[in-house]
Design a protein around this ligand. Structure first.
Ligand code: BG6
Length: 659
């Protein structure tokens, strides 16, 4: 998905030289030996240093229980296997630059529950302040388990950190509470010691360029705003698909689940950006006010509405075709209860009760252990009336779609219909695509750079406010409550490395819609039909394929029926059945069926049933025939397989031409 497509327009990028460096301060990291600090915070500071955005008047004081000195700490965070050399995001690692940065990094060991530790901290900070001339400015970064947030906040307050010269700010990591009540309590506890303007609740999604661009896109492009409402938009889909599993965090994840881990925070933040009203200015409070209003307008489900609006899933193991386990399921992960009912997948339909969005379903879904990693927001416009085309060969009009590719591919795509050159009126979906990588030279970042930088300047735009966090919890709370008491779900309900549970497609199909799957070349290339295919063929196929999930036992094609489409199996097994009901063949991942009816223009020659849950791609007849005509490589592969399978002779003149 990275190549091809025309790039429309280009924006002059604000260069790094025009960005002021981070303000002088000492950043105190609680939880300094932890994963977050080593994987993300240190690489972010290193990136800021490489970009010339850290001054000499900046220092880091890491603190944690581990009893080591500053020198040993620098070795730990600089190491090849656990430190910067493994986790940095630059193309090349600059040892000198890192060495210069580590001159500014110090460490103090201590127990977070011991008030003496905070007295020592104050002493060390005074010394560092004098050494680095940081004007008494301190940024406390709470990168510990949330269980310590209160303790740290209270101890800092008792140690008199509010009354020092300079500014004091406090960054609070997620999870911010584990439900509405605990988030409210945490807000109260922090506000006992700090002013709201000092509290920076972090959500690293807001640090992603593509997420920040949602606001820029909406409010700097006049042409979309008039269409941005229920008159023109049919539905919006937010998908955060992860291929990774819980990555050794089973203990945390098993008491969390995807609804808390991804939906309540990252996804609702993106949703607020896409759906909020125009702020009165780009000031932090104006933006946060509009986000808050939007979240407040989301309909809160009653208990009886939950099963209709939300579904959940949990991944089981992935297996090879002989049924041998390749990777463990969620319940076999370390620190996960063997009968756990924690969801690793969730999908829901939200509605926004305001004039702009009334009647527009907002679908959200996120899961781990899926077949691909991709985060997208799809804005689907309403279909134009078909009537104009009634006397033409066009029997179906596709809706326009605007796709925000958040990651890993970063870009924006607009899908629309174009006439296929020729005498007849025929349409094909085509796209206009803007790719970040083609236009901007920015290096890959962790997302934390901009957040740390903004915090040193007192810019709260990219941080969540207390009321926003609470509103987001209110939205998911009825679902958490319902799932806690509802009968135990039949988990696992999807295999690892698949598209997710069938209940998710059922949820959206009940409304007569489909998830818009962003098919990537690497997914297609898993099928022999598209292996090493040229990019043009891949691109055409990506535009033409429609995904569908089919449950076990369901008949997909029936002998004697007219053949209107062929199927590609992404995941799962199907059985080909003869007249007597005998299984004559089993097809699985990467294989395809239904092509013979299209190739020969004859009715279905056999019945095909799903043996397991199947993720399929459907290629409709017209698209099939176009691809066949335009791509000899595809024609050759598919006719060769058909010849071998059915011992039929396929002559070019047998083939239907596209209607
Ligand atoms: C974190 C979640 O907040 O976000 C993780 O705790 C998840 O479970 C991660 O994997 C996803 O972040 P990203 O930036 O990789 O999309």
């Amino acid at each position: 998905m990275t190549q091809g497509g025309r790039v429309f327009g280009s924006v002059r990028m604000k260069t790094e030289e025009t960005t002021p460096p981070a303000a002088p301060c000492i950043m105190v990291v609680f939880g300094a030996t932890g994963d977050l600090c080593r994987r993300l915070l240190m690489p972010a500071l290193y990136n800021l240093a490489c970009d010339g955005l850290l001054l000499e008047r900046f220092a880091v004081l890491g603190t944690a229980r581990r009893s080591i000195g500053s020198e040993e700490y620098r070795v730990l965070i600089g190491s090849k296997d656990q430190g910067i050399q493994r986790f940095h995001t630059r193309r090349e690692f600059d040892q000198d630059r890192w060495a210069r940065l580590t001159d500014h990094i110090h460490y103090l060991s201590g127990n977070l529950e011991d008030s003496n530790h905070y007295r020592k901290l104050a002493e060390v900070l005074s010394r560092l302040d004098a050494d680095y001339q940081t004007d008494g400015n301190i940024l406390f970064y709470l990168a510990t388990s949330p269980d310590y947030f209160r303790t740290i906040s209270d101890n800092l307050s008792q140690a008199g950190f509010q009354d020092r010269p300079g500014w004091t700010r406090i960054i609070v990591e997620k999870p911010f509470g584990s439900d509405f009540a605990s988030a409210q309590a945490l807000n109260r506890q922090l506000l006992d010691n700090w002013d709201e303007s000092q509290i920076y609740r972090i959500d690293h999604y807001l640090g992603k360029e593509t997420v920040q661009n949602l606001l820029a896109f909406r409010f700097s492009n006049g042409m979309f705003e008039p269409l941005w409402n229920n008159n023109h938009i049919d539905n919006i889909q937010f998908s955060v698909c992860e291929s990774i599993d819980v990555e050794g965090r089973g203990g945390y994840y098993d008491s969390t689940g995807v609804l808390r881990d991804m939906v309540q925070n990252h996804m609702l933040q993106m949703l607020a950006y896409v759906c909020m009203e125009t702020p009165r200015s780009f000031s932090p409070e104006a933006i946060r006010d509009e986000k808050a209003k939007l979240l407040e307008s989301i309909h809160i489900c009653s208990a009886s509405e939950v099963p209709e609006h939300f579904v959940r899933g949990q991944y089981g193991p992935s297996c090879d075709s002989q049924g041998r386990q390749l990777k463990p399921g969620y319940r076999q992960e370390k620190d996960v209860a063997p009968q756990s009912i924690t969801e690793t997948y969730a999908a829901g339909r939200l509605s926004i009760d305001n004039w702009r969005w009334s009647g527009v379903p907002i679908y959200v879904r996120s899961g781990k252990g899926l077949c691909k990693r991709s985060t997208e927001i799809v804005v689907q416009f309403k279909r134009p009336p078909q009537s104009l085309f009634q006397d033409t060969p066009v029997d179906h009009l596709s809706a326009n779609r605007l796709v925000f590719h958040i990651q890993p591919y970063q870009g924006i795509e607009l899908l629309f219909q174009a006439k296929i050159p020729g005498q007849k009126m025929q349409l094909q979906t085509v796209d206009m695509r803007f790719s970040y990588g083609d236009i901007f030279k920015a290096t890959r970042s962790t997302g934390y750079e901009i957040l740390i930088h903004a915090c040193t300047h007192g810019d709260t735009t990219l941080f969540s406010r207390g009321d926003l966090v609470e509103s987001a919890w209110k939205i998911v709370q009825p679902v958490l409550d319902y799932w806690k008491t509802a009968p135990a779900p039949d988990f696992p309900n999807y295999n690892r490395s698949t598209w997710g549970p069938k209940v998710s497609s059922d949820l959206i199909e009940r409304d007569g819609r489909h998830w818009f799957e962003v098919v990537t070349p690497d997914i297609l290339e898993q099928s022999p039909l598209f292996k090493n295919a040229d990019p043009l063929l891949l691109n055409t196929a990506i535009m033409a394929l429609h995904p569908r999930a089919v449950g076990p036992g369901i008949t997909i094609v029936k002998k004697g029926d007219l053949a209107d489409e062929m199927y590609l199996i992404c995941r799962g097994k199907v059985e080909v059945i003869d007249d007597e009901g005998n299984v004559i063949n089993t097809l699985e991942d990467g294989e395809f069926f239904g092509e013979i009816g299209l190739l020969m223009s004859i009715p279905r020659t056999a019945t095909v049933k799903a043996k397991t849950l199947c993720d399929l791609f459907i290629l409709h007849r017209n698209d099939f025939l176009h691809i066949l005509n335009d791509h000899p490589q595809f024609a050759e592969t598919i006719t060769k397989v058909a010849r071998e399978r059915y011992e039929v002779v396929i002559m070019k003149e047998n083939l239907l031409t596209p209607t």
